[in-house]
Write a protein of this length. Structure first.
Length: 164
């Protein structure tokens, strides 16, 4: 099972995808919203706790996270980097490898087009996972896209005989 994470301090999206029987299957998805007036440390602890709960609930053996790409505000990027660091730590406690992907890698892998619009990505997530509707909220759909990206990238490398 792959846990995909769309990281953020205010909203964190997550999605769990299984890869049995040669087909992707959506196990679960959701998001967590933290209180803007709470101390950053408390918000990070809350998000790390959610991640830990997901490891307890699902037999996750791989985790993928969207990498930081561009922020107008440096302090926002630093805060999101702290969240990512906390999630790496939680994964390391479970001995689960973490892979990061850029937005360009995710868009290209999911749609074949690096400048795909959000709705195009969400629709492809729906189609690839055989869901009746686009997952909501957007952060959860993004997290599922990250998990699908990881599966696709890993499968491609295995077919080429490239092992990390």
């Amino acid at each position: 099972m792959i846990l995909g994470i769309d990281p953020g301090i205010a909203n964190l999206g997550w999605g769990v995808v299984s890869t049995g029987s040669g087909r992707l299957h959506c196990e679960a998805y959701g998001h967590m919203k933290t209180k803007a007036d709470a101390p950053v440390e408390s918000r990070i602890q809350e998000l790390a706790g959610l991640c830990n709960d997901l490891f307890t609930t699902y037999p996750i053996d791989q985790m993928s996270i969207e990498d930081i790409y561009y922020f107008q505000n440096k302090s926002s990027a630093i805060t999101v980097a702290k969240v990512i660091g906390a999630l790496y730590y939680v994964a390391s406690l479970q001995q689960v490898a973490v892979t990061t992907y850029s937005p360009l890698q995710i868009k290209t892998t999911i749609t074949g087009f690096g400048r795909a619009e959000k709705l195009q990505i969400q629709e492809m997530v729906r189609v690839l996972l055989g869901l009746p509707s686009i997952p909501r909220p957007d952060h959860a759909a993004d997290a599922l896209a990250i998990a699908i990206c990881h599966y696709t990238q890993r499968e491609g490398k295995e077919r080429l005989g490239i092992y990390d």
